[in-house]
Ligand binder design. Sequence first.
Ligand SMILES: *Cc1c(COP(=O)(O)O)cnc(C)c1O
Length: 396
Amino acid sequence: MTERPKDTADSTLSVHGGERWPKPNDAVTTPIAATATYTFKDTAELVSFMEGELDREEYGRYGNPTVRALEAKCAALEGTDAALAFSSGMAAVTTAILAFVKQGSHVVLFRDCYRRTRQFVTATLDRFGVTHTLVEPGDIDGLAAAIRPETRLIVSEAPTNPYGNVLDLDAMVAVAKKHRGVKTLIDATFATPVNLRPAAHGVDLVVHSATKFFGGHNDVLGGIVAGPSHLLSLVKEQRDVLGGVMDPHGAYLVLRGLKTLALRVHKQNATALALARALEAHSAVRRVWYPGLESHPSFNSASRLMKGFGGVVTFELATDLAGAGRFVDALKIPRIAPSLGGVESLVEQPALMSFFELTTEQREAVGIKDSLIRYAVGIEDSDDLIADVLRALEQV
Ligand SMILES: *Cc1c(COP(=O)(O)O)cnc(C)c1O
């Protein structure tokens, strides 16, 4: 069910991957099973279930047919045995990490990553006696040096948020394999399986914020963890305890979104690359970070690993906080909002959003310039989006 035929094109897999036939009432789409619990006919049926003879649902926190349908599609797209769905990307990240650490364990995290993931590893886990080492983006030697006997997990994003760094996954897996009991986890939210399949490079656990490209319509929160069954059973045990399960209505929206995943991502790849090139050629732009540009430090590994480079372009304007704000305000098409990967283009100035409470100097220290912009392209016409950006750059 979850095997990914090598020659199945992404669009076909997005529509048909993981689908089971026939569906209830011979429906084409997966029905929403809006139920919190499931009934047993009699005590004999209950006993047969408890003894493991019967494969069926029991209670909503442990499973739901709509959520399982989504999980099967995600596993098909990632080319893994299985997948698990969560209430948000952060529920997926934190539950997956908690499944593999205990007091005294050590985690290696690549520094450039989603702010809340870094907070979870450096602050939350720290409170429970799980230590960590932060490694610079792409630094495989630094990774090898950071491993200790108690290291259990290597965590990175590919590409990273917000700078689009793409780690050499084969080299990372080779380092992990030299040590017993070290698992690798890649948050591939920025890539999607259309552009990168970390499991094909030997990565143990693949995580997504389904809020972004998977849902694709800025209308649902969700998270996914994909991987081999023997590891996902450990993650599921923690999900059953912690309770960050996806709701069946949310699962329906993500399933619906996934059917157009390849269509959307191909379009977003093309628009983002064209936008990145136009920005790089403009005098009001100091620097552009997009892994598909030759100037990006990860260009070589990104080109080797990825089929496309994703829909997020990060750039620094040759101006200050206020000048960057004038640029954002002059844009007519994208909305100002956090998030990415949806059909609507979204723009944000991280200094005014996630890093608002810091001073300019403190932001510089964590690598966020005041004039930094993160532009998440949607599926609008590429020429319209780029013309809008070029016009707004005149305000800088
Ligand atoms: C958004 C995001 C998350 C968090 O996902 P939520 O669905 O907002 O909880 C984690 N990792 C990356 C790379 C993200 O972009």
